[in-house]
Design a protein around this ligand. Sequence first.
Ligand SMILES: C[S@@+](CC[C@H](N)C(=O)[O-])C[C@H]1O[C@@H](n2cnc3c(N)ncnc32)[C@H](O)[C@@H]1O
Length: 222
Amino acid sequence: MTDHTHAAHPSTTESGGSAADAAFWDARYAEKTQIWSGQPNAVLVQEVSDLDPGTALDLGCGEGADAVWLARRGWRVTAVDISQVALDRAAGHAADAGVADRIEFLRCDLGETFPDGQFDLVCAQFLHSPTDMPREEILRSAAAAVAPGGDLLIAGHAKFPEGAHEDHHDMHLPTPQEVLESLGLPDGEWEVLLSDEHERVHTWNDGTSVTRTDNALRVRRR
Ligand SMILES: C[S@@+](CC[C@H](N)C(=O)[O-])C[C@H]1O[C@@H](n2cnc3c(N)ncnc32)[C@H](O)[C@@H]1O
């Protein structure tokens, strides 16, 4: 298990872009009492079930289903999001699941600040935003936060599913290879454990289903 602190570097500003982006996501979450399925992401379950628990950092944790799943399996989780509305909801789910003491929820705009420390697992599940979020830069910080022997797991949409929020539709969705290249990992220091694109049926929380094409990249720091 890796030691890490739970502080974020001080935010450079709480106004302008950061405040507007937070307001955008707060408004999205406030539209409904639940946006996401409440279930952990399938790629997380597939890739992490066999790992020994340690410390985990969940970037863009949303309503907290992944963080709660990890905590239930014994991980100590730092779960970060720009939206206080999402974090409050996630904290409620953690309390309901009896794992509140294993998760620290931290509000920060990852485009401006990044949690200190190193983690055995850093995950970014569908860290997409129609705001000006600097995803590549955030993912490079995510790689830097992986402890030796630890994993970085990134899942993303390969295509936006029918029914996805229309604001997202003009966004470039990188392939796993593009994500890997953008990380700029030093040669020989990382091992690629997963790089794939897959289709699966996704059920929205109103009960309707769509076929999604997602992709995933998992790399391990040697
Ligand atoms: C598409 S949702 C995915 C949520 C969750 N990971 C999941 O798979 O259900 C993207 C999340 O990223 C968060 N987010 C967007 N921009 C962010 C930023 N700049 N810093 C931190 N979180 C951000 C949003 O609030 C939202 O919860």
